[in-house]
Design a protein around this ligand. Structure first.
Ligand code: ADE
Length: 324
């Protein structure tokens, strides 16, 4: 039997944009070019709508940000960063790891900013974990492997996500992952000519991601490296298997205390090979995490026994395992 042909609309050329009368620049899109539908996501200063391009009938997720609210809450830097990161990712799509929402265009009116993004038809990964209680090993392996490829690509572009969590992992129409929400991301400065020792750390700042997935170094010295995303990866892999993140408590403060003491345990029956991988990622010293010393490919993580048999180069072409 021949394998089904994959028609990948996500990476087809962007919306044909009519030229301006003098034919010099493509005309900026406006809200009138889209029919806005239901709300599919809400953030602290944005709302995401499902929208249809009236010219092509293609569906997009349009993130609408309220300008006054952003200015009032002093979040302009976050919005600029998100656009910058999405632009980098959208012009560097990797065929074997197209695991990021794509930014097709942006426009604005007096009150709002609009980001036209790929629409992830199957929404967030989180409700899938919650619905089935936990993933079986095959599903955990597949989605962990896609996440690993995504992080390899993101980090090779010098970008740290800093807020990786199941709510920011969306699923496309074929159930492959699409990572979103780059408002907390950091773009690392380009490597200096004379390479300094150790991983490239970002400058200290006041940013802290979501409590359950935040790495200890963000809590102690407010600095993150690529390895901070590997900590989050470990927490997410734990959550896929057990149904809940490893560090849980009734307040953020208590969660932070647990993270700093590495106070978590594995439920009975937790797979031994996943446990070994999680224990090598969820490590207090960021330089000691599995993969922290790797280059652009996380070869030490790829070669962990949990991933044995995974064909990383063809993951995106594979049909994801059914989630039960
Ligand atoms: N919710 C937030 N962003 C989304 C997107 N791009 N697609 C689907 N649902 C979303």
């Amino acid at each position: 039997m021949t394998p089904p042909r994959v028609i990948d609309e996500r990476h087809s050329p962007p919306i044909p944009i009519p030229a301006t009368p003098n034919n010099q620049h493509p005309a900026k899109r406006t809200p009138k070019d889209f029919r806005f539908g239901k709300v599919i996501g809400e953030g602290s200063f944005s709302t995401v709508y499902l929208a249809k391009d009236i010219h092509t009938s293609r569906e997009y997720a349009i993130k609408v940000c309220d300008k006054r609210h952003i200015i009032r809450e002093k979040k302009t830097e976050y919005v600029k960063r998100e656009k910058e990161v999405l632009n980098i990712l959208s012009s560097n799509v990797k065929a074997t790891a197209p695991f990021f929402v794509k930014l097709y265009c942006t426009f604005q009116d007096m009150d709002r900013l609009y980001f036209v993004l790929s629409y992830a038809k199957n929404s967030e990964l989180l409700p899938y974990i919650n619905k089935v209680g936990s993933f079986d090993i095959t599903c955990t392996r597949f989605y962990s492997a896609e996440l690993l490829l995504a992080l390899e690509h993101l980090h090779s572009l010098g970008i740290i996500h800093r807020d990786l969590k199941p709510e920011n992992i969306l699923l496309d129409e074929r159930m492959h992952i699409l990572i979103t929400d780059f408002g907390s991301a950091k773009i690392l400065e380009t490597e200096p000519e004379i390479k300094e020792e150790g991983p490239q750390l970002e400058r200290r700042n006041s940013f802290v991601g979501t409590a359950q997935y935040v790495s200890p170094e963000l809590l102690t010295d407010k600095s993150a490296s690529k390895s901070s995303d590997l900590w989050a990866l470990g927490c997410i892999i734990y959550q896929m298997v057990s149904g809940l993140p490893p560090f849980r408590s009734r307040s953020e403060y208590l969660i932070f205390q647990k993270i700093l003491k590495l106070d978590y345990d594995f439920p009975d029956g937790f797979s031994q090979s996943v446990r070994d991988l999680v224990e090598k990622l969820v490590v207090l010293d960021s330089s000691q995490r599995l993969g922290a010393k790797d280059g652009d490919s996380y070869s030490s993580i790829r070669s962990h026994p949990f991933f044995s048999g995974v064909q990383f180069e063809t993951l995106y072409k594979q049909t994801p395992p059914q989630i039960y």
